[in-house]
Ligand binder design. Structure first.
Ligand code: TYM
Length: 391
């Protein structure tokens, strides 16, 4: 293949270039490329060129989406319904970039051994839920150091007043937590870097992360005005149902993985018997009628939301099927729906968790993510005047 085409392809391919390069040099360690080549029926340079063109066209025609989950505990049903399931659904239509936000985990102290397990489980659950390394870029945040570097630059373009207005920060301050870390305080600027470094069009998140995406947009706009257009300003994408799953034991509180003591939190890896128990003891009311009234019946409204979301439908459609039931019968229907949804994922998780698929996926994802992130970071560093010589 002529040298100019090689260079052009390498440039155009961006993140795919590492895979393409591997195939060109005959090293097929990377699963996506290996599969593609086998589909194309060969391992020749021509097949490699076709593969490269396939990726260019695919990439050019798709909008990009990016999101992440912070496994500071075991992933919950809320994480699945509010975020993970949507990542999986979007991966055919969008170029999906999904990461494990491990740097964000340590903004609050984590036991290292426990954290490693949470991270491993999170990758296994991403894959078990249907995220496909051949269609999505899946990686560990700390593997792509450009996030932290851009995070610092963005922190220098953000203000204390903005950080002070963040709900998560305000909530912790209101609770009188006095051991908050500096990392926790500047969390939104790192999250802005996570997003902006990939120029996504959309950021699919649950309701509680909307404010973080909005601040990322503000920072992007400020940077673009100050230094010239650099970052795409992305839109948050919030699901219609399942955007805020509440705790079963206190429906005024979000179901959160950090609440280890709370039996109102359903974890993605909870056994069916545990799920049944937790749903059976969910807080309800004395009204005794299954209806959607979040103000008067927050517990029942939350269970209805969970049911509709598990069944991939709306509350209006599901309500006629359950409004005649008493609370005990209704809870059984909800528990069945959760188990039906989670059991196949748990089975896949058990198949994957001890294989080398996790490591391979993260290595592959790291190379692809890095190829995008490093280009963007170079551009940013040049714009702010950090580089003396043009590279
Ligand atoms: P995290 O780990 O708290 O939550 C991950 C995703 O799950 C959603 N979610 C919920 N949705 C519905 N009901 C719930 N009870 C519930 N709990 C959590 C969250 O809205 C989120 O979409 N800061 C982020 C991680 C992150 C990130 C990013 C996300 C870091 N960098 C860049 C997007 C883009 C976080 O702590 O999510």
């Amino acid at each position: 293949m002529p040298v100019e085409i090689c260079h052009k392809l390498r440039y155009e391919l961006g993140f795919w270039s590492c895979e393409w390069h591997q195939s060109f040099t005959g090293d097929h360690r990377y699963p996506a490329q290996a599969t593609l080549l086998s589909k194309l029926g060969g391992t020749t340079r021509e097949a490699s060129l076709q593969g490269a063109l396939f990726f260019i066209n695919r990439r050019k025609s798709m909008k990009r989406m990016l999101s992440g989950i912070k496994p500071s505990g075991e992933l919950t049903l809320g994480n699945y319904l509010g975020a993970l399931r949507n990542f999986v659904n979007y991966q055919d239509e969008y170029e999906m970039v999904v990461f494990i936000a491990n740097l964000h985990c340590i903004t609050v102290y984590q036991d290292p051994k426990e954290l490693r397990q949470y991270l491993k489980d999170a990758v296994a659950l991403y894959l078990a839920s249907g995220l496909d390394p051949q269609r999505s870029i899946i990686f560990l945040q700390s593997d792509v150091m450009e996030h932290a570097q851009l995070g610092f630059i963005l922190a220098c373009n953000s203000y204390l007043g903005e950080m002070n207005r963040m709900t998560q920060y305000k909530d912790k301050m209101a609770k009188g937590e006095n051991a908050l870390t500096v990392g926790f305080y500047t969390y939104p600027t790192l999250m802005a870097a996570d997003i902006l470094i990939y120029d996504p069009d959309y950021v699919p998140v649950g309701d509680d992360q909307k404010q973080h995406v909005e601040i990322a947009r503000d920072i992007a706009e400020r940077f673009n005005n100050r230094y010239s257009p650099t970052f795409k300003v992305p839109e948050p994408l919030i699901p219609k149902v399942g955007a805020r799953i509440m705790s079963l034991s206190d429906p005024s509180k979000k179901m959160s993985k950090s609440d280890h003591q709370d039996k109102g939190v359903i974890y993605m890896l909870d056994e069916p018997s545990v799920i049944r128990k937790k749903v059976a003891s969910a807080v309800t009311d004395s009204i005794g009628k299954v209806a959607f009234d979040p103000k008067e019946q927050p517990g029942i409204a939350n269970l209805l939301q969970i049911l509709a979301s598990c069944k991939n439908t709306t509350i209006e459609k599901i309500l006629p099927e359950v409004e005649q039931l008493n609370y005990g019968e209704f809870k059984k229907v909800v528990a069945d729906a959760i188990i039906e949804l989670l059991e196949p994922i748990q089975m896949k998780y058990r198949e994957n968790v001890s294989t080398d698929l996790l490591e391979k996926t993260l290595l592959d994802g790291k190379l692809k993510a890095q190829a995008i992130a490093s280009r963007k970071l170079k551009k940013v560093q040049h714009k702010v005047g950090l580089e003396i010589f043009k590279k």
